[in-house]
Write a protein that binds this ligand. Sequence first.
Ligand code: MN
Length: 243
Amino acid sequence: MIDFHCHLDLYPNPYEVIQHCDREGVYVLSVTTTPKAWHGSSKLVKGCEKIRTALGFHPQLAHERHNEIDLFDELLPQTRYVGEIGLEGAKDWKPFMAVQKKVFAHILKSSTISGGRIMSIHSRYAVDEVFNLLIKYPDAGIPVLHWFTGTKTQLRKAISIGCWFSVGISMLSTKKGRAIVNEIPKDRILTETDGPFVKYRSKQLMPWNVKYAVTELANSWKCQLFEAENQIVSNFRKLFVDI
Ligand code: MN
């Protein structure tokens, strides 16, 4: 099982969650929300072979934390993963779009200079703006759009510029989300929970609950659960060959 977008450090009991992941053999991309969170978060998973920490700069925090950009650059050589990064266009954050774009562009530029990174990207209500910057920095790495909520036209554009997608049970629980997932090439999909922020059946999602998403994918692909699982695992392996 692969949870490609999870905020492990934000669970109230991260050590227990990590131990459970280890026991279940869940691969986790542990995304962070600020450069300052990097050290603590990566320390949490020291020695866990299947968990990787991504260096992040959440767009909802860009206006408060933009002075951490130098720290971001300093830490970047330590990881192949960047996230959660991107842009947020909902009304509470739209007023800060200029600084968000500045931070996101800086990250893409730094990633380009460093030879590319695997990137977990937030694009809510700002899909076109995210595309414009990804197109401007084509060598920044592999963009994995997390919880994509754009239109089908935007989806086709995302596919054409080389984006991958991490999809979770929330996305797969809506008709619109399922319609989008049906049009994503099977070899560009990964699974995610976005825990601990997401609830499903009134329970906080844990990384191993990513199996709900795999089950839905199997339904949507009209295949067996193990076939859907194999597809996700082979995608995950291919991602590392591609960068
Ligand atoms: Mn997230």
